[in-house]
Design a protein around this ligand. Structure first.
Ligand code: PMP
Length: 294
C-alpha cells in the first residue's frame, strides 16, 4: 500500500495530493501548520500540537476545518494508513480557496491537509549521542520587505483592517512612526512645495515597478521627487496623498484615518499624475517598457 494523504475530507494517494492554485496558503502564506512527531507508531504531544493549532487559527480568525476530536482521528488514521513507526505527521490549515485578494474572503471554507512521513528520529537517534553544531544569524522574520515574497500574511491582516474600517488600503508605519508602504501599494505625499515624497528604497519597502515608472515619467515635467521617509503625522497633514501599484497606477487618497486630505477631493498634482499615466499607457513608450519585440 502506498502513502496516503488526507486532503479536505478525503484520503488520496500521496502523489495525487494537491491544493488549488488560489489556495490562500499558497498565495499569501495565509495558513498555519503543525508537525507532530511519531515514535514507535505513537503521536508525541498530540494534544499540545492540536491546542496550539487551535490557538493559531483563532488568532488569525480561520475557522477550524473540523472538531478537535475529528482531527485527532484523522491524524491517527493517517499514521495507520501510512504505517509510520518513526517519523512525523504534517498538518496544514489555510483560509481556503478564493479569488486573489489580500483581504479575507467573505465566506471562506478552510482547507486542510494531513500527511505523514517515515524518517529516522532526530531527538532519540544518533544526534542525541554526538550532538549538533549551530551558527548565529540575524533575526529576519520578516525584515526583508524588499523581496516580493508570497509571505504576505501581515499584508493581508493590514488590508483586512482597512476593509473593516471601510477603507481601500492600509498604509503601514514602522516603530518610529514613519510610513513604510501600503499593504499592496507604495505610499506618497505631495508636500507644501508640490514635490512628490516617497520612502527611499531599503529592506523596509517593496520597490514598486509603478513607483519607479512614476519617478521616470515625471522627469522633465517640472515635478520634483524627493525620496525620504515621512511620518504618519506628516501624511495626515499633507497637501495631497496618493498610492501607486501595478493595478492602481497613481490613485488619489482623500482620507487617512479620520483626517480628510485637502478638500476631500483628488488634488491637482495627483490628478496630473493620473493624466501622465493615461498618456503613458496610450503611448508607444508602454510597448518599449514591456520589452515587446514583435
Ligand atoms: N508594496 C507592496 C507590499 C506590494 O505588494 C505592491 C504590489 N505588488 C507594491 C508595493 C507596488 O508594487 P508595483 O508597483 O510593482 O505593483
Amino acid at each position: 500500500m502506498g502513502r496516503v494523504a488526507f486532503v479536505n475530507g478525503q484520503y488520496v494517494p500521496h502523489g495525487m495530493a494537491s491544493v488549488h492554485v488560489e489556495d490562500r496558503g499558497y498565495q499569501f502564506a495565509d495558513g498555519v501548520y503543525e508537525v507532530i512527531p511519531v515514535i514507535a507508531g505513537k503521536q508525541v504531544d498530540g494534544i499540545g500540537h492540536r491546542e496550539r493549532l487551535a490557538r493559531s487559527l483563532r488568532e488569525l480568525r480561520i475557522t477550524p476545518p473540523m472538531t478537535d476530536r475529528a482531527l485527532a482521528l484523522v491524524i491517527e488514521e493517517v499514521i495507520r494508513r501510512n504505517r509510520v513507526r518513526t517519523g512525523h505527521v504534517y498538518l496544514q490549515v489555510t483560509r481556503g480557496v478564493a479569488p486573489r485578494d489580500h483581504a479575507f474572503p467573505a465566506d471562506p471554507e478552510s482547507a486542510i491537509v494531513v500527511y505523514a512521513n517515515s524518517k529516522p528520529a532526530g531527538g532519540l537517534g544518533k544526534q542525541a549521542e554526538v550532538g549538533v553544531q549551530v551558527i548565529t544569524a540575524p533575526d529576519q522574520r520578516w525584515a526583508r520587505c524588499d523581496i516580493k515574497t508570497v509571505g504576505l500574511l501581515p499584508n493581508c491582516l493590514a488590508k483586512q483592517s482597512a476593509r473593516e474600517a471601510g477603507a481601500h488600503e492600509a498604509f503601514m508605519y514602522d516603530s518610529d512612526g514613519y510610513v513604510t508602504e501600503g499593504s499592496s501599494t507604495n505610499a506618497w505625499i505631495v508636500d507644501s512645495e508640490g514635490r512628490l515624497v516617497t520612502r527611499p528604497v531599503s529592506h523596509d519597502i517593496l520597490n514598486g515597478i509603478t513607483r519607479l515608472s512614476l519617478i521616470s515619467l515625471v522627469e522633465g515635467q517640472g515635478i520634483e521627487v524627493v525620496e525620504r521617509a515621512f511620518t504618519v503625522e506628516e501624511l495626515k497633514g499633507a497637501r495631497e496623498v496618493f498610492l501607486t501599484s501595478a493595478s492602481a497606477l497613481a490613485t488619489p487618497v482623500v482620507q487617512v484615518d479620520d483626517r480628510v486630505i485637502g478638500n476631500g477631493r483628488p488634488g491637482s498634482v495627483t490628478s496630473r499624475l493620473v493624466e501622465i499615466f493615461r498618456t503613458y499607457v496610450a503611448s508607444e513608450q508602454v510597448d518599449a517598457a514591456a520589452g515587446k519585440t514583435i
